[in-house]
Design a protein around this ligand. Structure first.
Ligand code: GLC
Length: 530
């Protein structure tokens, strides 16, 4: 079980309203108590923060907002001392426009070797005033920006994130060296950002479709020319060879928004990465047939290549599942929720989120949690738009709220300034008043709290070996799913009517059972059969 830390929003040691590495180190005991196996840290490298640190200006140092390289070393050592493994984020698709390479590319001009590290092209139209192709940025607006001498550079994300040219051997050598830098500092692995984007179709052909980060399901339609090109795999084979030369188990995890599962599985073939996030699972509707289909398909696809299946419900890019699941079943994935939007039902959302979590944590494979979900945190769905910082909001012309609502600094203490996030009231995104109810100190030791539900689930997952188990379906109807794994029977009731529990001893449940022992709507139970 891997726990994602978003450094800006986890814990702030110096009171500037932005979380930092010493803040994380001071809270490691919480993670050990919760029962996580590994932490994944979102980027903490020097960065102008045009995309909250996913715009990296130097891959071998620490952003002063977050601390120093010595703080990173200390964090890694302290995590290790508690038996926690550490995975860091690697952002190879693009650098920051403040990276020394990009400065050199601008300084040297068209045709220079420095420009070949990025994707520079002349524009179209008589004076080259039109972008080289019609690609859109994932955050909205054109994916090209024109520089002073008239050429254009590609950025699939923000203009502050120029795409690297992975056909250039120099780029490949540089990243092997960056991997070595962190492996030598004893990290256990890397989460690879936008792993499906590094190679673009050579002709940079027009696409004519709205830009999405998803590669699109296998249909007779061509694959988008910017995603999931076959050439990416060679890069990961090189990286795998490098990691395999290091002592201990070092892993690569792909952030690849690739559909369908069979196509995603290509990233985790035996000589490539170790795991890939299962976004098809995250996107699946809260119905028994949809959940059954995605679980079955995910297991089959990774089994075919001998890799562990992964499961994820929340991260720093999506509406938190306690809110997503509070929208009517079947609602398309919103890109943020704000004032004036349909508001999720908080009680239904939390109830389903808890049931979904217990279902997920009973599945064989590797589960990923996002900081704060162990508190049942909802999305901040009424954040004032003026407070938003995700480039999506501006670049989409205020049509997509973006991802700030899931990135709000998390509450540790109900009655402290910034709910215990830091020593002052400062918080880089506003925290909603409901944070007091969700604070860790209101839940710790409280039977039935979301925090204690997670903690017990992680303990049982470990003692019953669920992560390494095998799933055997017992029921896959329209209303109820039930399966056996590692000596436990797990049942989720998606239907409107209560259902009888499986026979045996109840060892865990996502909510109270009815007085007659039946399992209510939107509840998951774990039972040890008699
Ligand atoms: C990934 C990150 C996201 C970031 C994007 C560009 O999808 O998870 O937060 O904006 O890549 O780096």
């Amino acid at each position: 079980m891997i726990y994602q830390i978003y450094p800006r929003s986890f814990a702030d040691s110096d009171g500037d309203g932005i979380g930092d590495l010493p803040g994380i180190t001071a809270r490691l005991d919480h993670l050990a108590e919760l029962g996580v196996d590994a932490i994944w840290l979102s980027p903490f490298y020097p960065s102008p923060q045009a995309d909250a640190g996913y715009d990296v200006a130097d891959y071998r140092d620490v952003e002063p907002l977050f601390g120093t390289l010595a703080d990173a070393d200390h964090l890694i050592a302290q995590a290790r001392a508690r038996g926690l493994r550490v995975i860091v984020d690697l952002v190879p698709n693009h650098t920051s426009s403040a990276h020394r390479w990009f400065d050199a590319a601008l300084a040297t001009g068209p045709g220079s070797a420095e420009r070949q590290r990025y994707v520079f092209r002349d524009g179209r139209g008589p004076d080259g005033t039109e972008p080289p192709n019609d690609w859109q940025s994932v955050f909205g607006g054109p994916a090209w920006t024109r520089v002073a001498d008239g050429q254009w550079y590609l950025h699939l994300f923000d203009p502050g994130q120029p795409d690297l040219n992975w056909d250039n051997p120099e780029v490949r050598t540089e990243f092997l060296d960056v991997l070595r830098f962190w492996l030598d500092r004893a990290v256990d692995g890397f989460r690879v950002d936008v792993a499906h984007g590094l190679i673009k179709q050579a002709d940079l052909a027009d696409w004519q479709e709205p830009q999405e980060i998803l590669s699109g399901p296998e249909t007779d339609k061509p694959r988008p020319p910017m995603w999931d090109q076959d050439g990416v795999h060679e890069i990961y084979r090189d990286w795998r060879r490098l990691l395999d030369g290091y002592p201990g188990e070092r892993i690569l995890v792909a952030e690849a928004w690739v559909e369908p599962a069979e196509r995603l599985a290509r990233y985790v073939r035996p000589d490539e990465m170790h795991q890939a996030f299962n976004f098809e699972y995250l996107l699946a509707s809260w119905t028994a047939p949809a959940q059954y289909a995605v679980i079955t398909r995910s297991l089959a696809a990774t089994d075919a290549v001998g890799a562990p299946t992964t499961w994820v419900l929340s991260n720093h890019d999506v509406v938190r599942h306690a809110s997503r699941l509070g929208l009517p079943v079947g609602t398309a994935r919103p890109n943020g929720i704000g004032i004036g939007d349909e508001q999720p039902d908080a009680a239904t959302g939390l109830r389903r989120a808890r049931a979904a979590t217990l279902l997920m944590l009973a599945l064989p494979g590797s589960a990923y949690l996002f900081q704060g979900e162990e508190l049942g945190l909802p999305e901040h769905t009424t954040m004032p738009d003026e407070a938003r910082q995700d480039p999506t909001w501006e670049r989409s012309g205020h049509t997509q709220r973006g991802r700030d609502g899931c990135r709000v600094p998390i509450p540790w203490e109900a009655d402290a300034p910034s709910y215990g996030f830091g020593p002052t009231d400062a918080s880089w995104l506003p925290q909603p008043p409901v944070w007091a109810e969700y604070a860790l100190d209101r839940q710790r030791g409280v039977t039935g709290s979301t925090y204690e539900m997670y903690r017990a689930a992680l303990r049982l997952r470990r003692t019953h070996g669920l992560g390494r188990g095998t799933l055997e379906w017992l029921s896959s109807g329209d209303e109820v799913l039930a399966f056996r794994n590692g000596g436990l029977v797990v049942l989720t009731n998606f239907g409107a009517a209560a259902v009888p529990p499986p026979g045996g001893e109840l060892v865990h449940s996502s909510g109270p059972l009815n007085a007659d022992g039946s399992v209510p709507t939107d509840v998951t139970v774990w039972v040890r059969p008699a």
